[in-house]
Design a protein around this ligand. Structure first.
Ligand code: NGQ
Ligand code: ZN
Length: 466
């Protein structure tokens, strides 16, 4: 049966609209979204607060949530991305399937509360600490599916191919033993995840070659061809050019920069998400934009790890698509990620209001908050391979209603609402969240609040941090 919500104000693909009547079908999709209607009809669920499309987080390593704040003490040398990675490896060595589940479920509920309705889980911890396979090789991957289902967030599962420790097919180091696999093993995980999720409209499965450091050219070709044979439009995500060392090592190994190499050696198109892509030349920036792929920007993690600043104005000017990811989850709030994204550009360029105005696929708005939310939601949807990212017929019914009583939204309309969401710096402006037609957060409450989800997370922390 079709039901209806009535939103006094909603952010539609063409911009903010009033008196929006939203029809939701029995399968959890938007059947119709009509602006400027006469008003709610009897039986409509009235949403007095501003309504926005649900946001996708296009890059997550869920287990890293439990490390947030644990790597902020100066070590013996000069700390950087690579010394952070050593701490992360020590932490991941203790991860159990039960802890992975408890952390992911806790994280996904936190994300929902702030307006994320879907996540791409870039999952590479496949093996036991000693490097042997679990009885079911997709054990840990499928724990994330179970966590997403209990939380009520949509998920795109991306089992990761991690074969080598560096360019030149260097063997894995002992602390990377939990990650290792070959393309056939990853494709078997894709099949296992697809079986576990059969018929579920809120689950998608793709793959992630970890990086050009961790995957050689032949393995990458084999993985992509194998995935295409299973699902020709499935997402493919890869970390690329996050650190200048990777760029230098890539040039030393192949004569090409990482993004340059990918664009000339792989069929990079709209299925692909290049995560970070921080360090690009002007030619790479324009070519990536033309490819139709999504740039996966993770502003809070990139700041935390000292990665650098993505050339977003040039990339957008060339028509580039982009979205946001929580990555190591030092933030779980899309408004905060978007604010940091714009602020990084302001700090680098010493100007203001940089992510605004029209871009490919969006009429654009001069309001930065509206532009950031609209473009990140659309790019995130593409990267997840999930019909979402806008309030529009045919897409999954994912929406976020802000608190109509919040002082920071008071006496504001339209673009000023999105600007307040992103730039007022006030957390907790989200009140209700719907995923695939189901309310998962109501009046800021989640079903698991009363069911001990927090206890399992605390237990995992005690074990991991002991
Ligand atoms: C990861 N994280 O896979 O968790 C990586 C670190 C690596 C980020 N790049 C490991 N932010 O890239 O080798
Ligand atoms: Zn990552």
């Amino acid at each position: 049966m079709t039901r209806h919500c009535f939103a006094a104000r909603a952010l539609l693909p063409a911009g903010w609209a009033r008196n929006v009547r939203i029809a939701i079908d029995a399968a959890g999709g938007f059947a119709d979204v009509a602006a400027d209607t006469a008003g709610p009809r009897p039986g409509d669920e009235v949403l007095p607060g501003p309504v926005l499309p649900g946001m996708a987080s296009l890059h997550s390593h869920a287990f890293q949530r439990a490390m947030a704040g644990m790597a902020e003490t100066r070590g013996p040398g000069s700390d950087d991305f690579w010394s952070w990675r050593e701490l992360m490896y020590r932490f991941v060595a203790r991860l159990t399937p039960e802890a992975a589940f408890a952390i992911a479920r806790h994280l996904y509920v936190e994300m929902l509360r702030n307006g994320y309705t879907a996540v791409a889980e870039f999952h590479y911890v496949h093996r036991r600490p000693d490097g042997t396979a679990y009885a079911a090789p997709a054990e840990l991957l499928l724990r994330h599916l179970a966590a997403a289902r209990e939380a009520g967030i949509a998920i795109t599962l991306l089992p990761v191919l991690y074969r080598w420790s560096d360019f030149g097919a260097r063997p894995l180091q002992p602390r990377q033993a939990r990650f290792g696999n070959d393309p056939a093993a990853i494709l078997a995980m894709v099949e296992a995840a697809r079986r576990a999720a059969a018929g579920d409209a809120d689950v998608r499965v793709g793959v992630a070659p970890h990086s050009l450091r961790a995957v050689d050219a032949a393995s990458l070709r084999e993985l992509v061809a194998g995935l295409e044979a299973i699902d020709a439009s499935a997402p493919i995500h890869i970390h690329v050019a996050e650190q200048t060392k990777e760029v230098d090592d890539s040039v030393a190994a192949s004569g090409s920069r990482p993004v340059e190499w990918l664009l000339s050696n792989q069929p990079v198109d709209r299925r692909w998400c290049l995560v970070h892509a921080t360090h690009m030349t002007a030619d790479e920036t324009a070519a990536l934009a033309r490819s139709g792929a999504v740039a996966g920007l993770c502003p809070s993690t990139e700041a935390n790890l000292g990665d650098g600043i993505f050339p977003l104005p040039d990339y957008r000017a060339a028509g580039g698509r982009w979205g946001i990811g929580g990555d190591s989850h030092v933030s779980r709030d899309p408004a905060e990620e978007l604010r940091l994204l714009e602020y990084g550009q302001r700090l680098a360029l010493r100007r203001r209001n940089l992510v605004a105005g029209g871009a490919v696929g969006s009429p654009g708005s001069d309001a930065v908050g509206t532009t950031l939310w609209t473009e990140a939601a659309a790019g995130g949807a593409q990267a997840l391979g999930r019909p979402m990212g806008a309030l529009a017929a045919g897409l999954r019914a994912d929406l976020v209603e802000l608190d109509p009583g919040a002082a920071d939204l008071h006496a504001r309309e339209d673009d000023a609402l999105a600007n307040a969401l992103v730039f007022s710096g006030t957390p907790g402006l989200v009140r209700n969240v719907m995923v695939g037609g189901r309310w998962v957060v109501r009046e800021r409450r989640h079903r698991l609040d009363d069911e001990g989800g927090e206890d399992a997370y605390r237990q995992a922390l005690r074990m991991l941090l002991a």
